[in-house]
Structure formats: C-alpha cells, structure tokens
Write a protein that binds this ligand. Sequence first.
Ligand SMILES: [Zn+2]
Ligand SMILES: [Zn+2]
Length: 368
Amino acid sequence: MPKRDYYEVLGVGRDCGPEDLKKAYRRLAMQYHPDRNQGDKQAEERFKEVGEAYTCLSDPQKRQRYDAFGHAGDGMPDMGGFSFDSAFDLFDMFFGGGRRGRARSGPQRGSDLRMNLEITLREAVFGSNRTVEVPRADTCPECSGSGAEPGTSPVQCPQCNGSGQVRRAVQSIFGQVVNVTACSRCRGEGRIVERPCRSCRGQGRVEIRKTIEVQIPAGVDEDVQVRVAGEGEAGPRGGPRGDLYLAFRIENHPHFTRRGQELIYELPVSVAQAVLGDRITVPTIDGEHILDLAAGTQDGRVIRISGMGVPHVRSGRRGDQLCVVRVVIPTHLNSKERKLYEQLEGRTGRPAEVRKGFFDHLKEALRG
Ligand SMILES: [Zn+2]
Ligand SMILES: [Zn+2]
C-alpha cells in the first residue's frame, strides 16, 4: 500500500507550525488509540500512521527532507523502522502514561546497523560494488534460531496457552479498558524453551562477522545514507532481520576537490601558454580531455568542462568539472630565458588594473 502524505495524515497544511502540529497529533492519536478501538485493525494502522507522520514533521531536519523528497527511498532512511512500539512510545511521551506491557505480534525484528565506509572519489562518482565485513547477531546455526537444544523443540507456554497474551482490565485515560499485555512467562512468544541450545544459550542468535556484497550508488556524498534491506541484526528467536545503513567518508583526491556535483581542478599553465594560448591535455575523472586555452587567458579564469562532474544520486545527471587557471610564474630561469624576459621588460609597460580576482571568477562560474 503506498504511503499517504504526512500532511494529509495529520490533516494540516504544508505551512503548519509546531503548535498546530501538536494539536493535530493529540486529537488524532486519542481518536485512534487501540485502547479505545479494541480489535479495530484500521484504527490501529491509523494510530501508527499518525505517530509516524508527527515524528517526521515535528523534526525540522526530517521535515525539510520530507518536503524535498517525499517518501522516496533513501531520502527518508530514518522512518524505515517506525513501528507500533514507536507509536505507543510517542503517545506515552505526550500523555505521560507509563509504558505498559503490550502484546507483540509475532517474533521481534532485529535492530538496524550502521556502518561507515571509506571510499575513493572515483567510487563516489561511478559507484562500485564492495565486499564488507559486518559484525552482527545472526540466527544460530545449531538450533536454527529456535533457542532449543538440537533434538528438542520449544513447547507451548502453559501460562498463556500459546497465545503470548494476557488480558486484564485496567484503568486508562479512556476509563476502564481491557488491556492486552504480553505474557510474562514467554515474553509474548507463546512458546518456551525447556532445554536451551548450548551454542547460543537459548538466545537463538550468535555474534558473527558476516561478509556481504554491497552496492555503492554513483553520486553518493558524505550526507547520503544508503539502506541495505535485511542485512542488519537477526531478531531474537528467528525474528526478521533489521536493515544495514551505510554512511560514507570520501578520501581526498590528488587532482580534484568536490563541491556538490562539481569537481574543481586547478589547471597550471605557463606564462607563455597564458599569453599565446595553447591546446592542453587536462585530467578528468573519466580520463584525459583536450582543452583549447584562449590567447590572453588570465590567472583565476574558470573553464567549465560540462558533464565531467559527479552524477546526481537519483537522476544520474552529471555535474561539470571546473578548471581554475593557475598561471605559474617561473622562479628559476636559464640564461636564455632570462635574456628573453629582459627583452620583454620595458617594452610592455605597466599592466592595466586588475579587474577581477580569483574569487570573482569562481563565483561567476558557479553561478553560470
Ligand atoms: Zn542456538
Ligand atoms: Zn506465555
């Protein structure tokens, strides 16, 4: 089912301020709270949806990203793990209700993992496949995650007769309601292990170092996170895996400095090349590129090579390379060179005023 727009979920406008957001959340969370809508699956879903929408929109950073990218993929990695538990926690935070034991439905999901990868600028531009080693909790191979010693199996919990739930009448802010809580004996799992597996001590999980292949998309930057679904930690007793999130640090490159989607290169030229013009070979991240330097090129001029920059991580459209001309003044002259410069001196007169500095050139190029 496609996710509904968060503003629509809360019934507020796009310019809604924090106070109105709170009010909208309060009203809807009260209306759809499961204690008030016993067994109503739709209300339950709405309760979670309202919590998720509020969690996103009440955080200025998340809201900004949501406004820019919507629910699209890795634009919103943080909302991936929003669960019913998160919705209840938010509600309890708002209304000050103590956290009550709640029945979990099915096995618990494993935690998400985060990992930092050091990558080269080339990898950031073209993407790559990497083999990484992830230290994580994995399903125990001895008992296949059941937690029971091989040859035995978990038995039905005698306290809840396998339902994992205990029903109890309690006072809540809605008056007396029947509260369904997780069975304390089996912790909601409905089954108990009589003889725990020796290799995982009944946990169903063991710590391992897992080698996996990950794909680094072209265009990633240090503020982009990539989600690798289902490569996080295994849940206890055979629960589903969490996700793995990759963050990146990009190594410095000897030639290029990255600025968003642009690659900046300082292009050294001799005095004669700058004066007379020349055809020169320039490095790009794709390989060599031939550039025609115009006669009379000033120091600091910026020459744009289009399409040789960093691709946009979503659209794949590539930025440009900017070559900043650096006229290199010779410091050691042989006698012949010295003579030639001496001949020039006195004939050319004083140079005209400097009209533009390096920063003006760069600003102009970045605007263009
Ligand atoms: Zn085991
Ligand atoms: Zn039980």
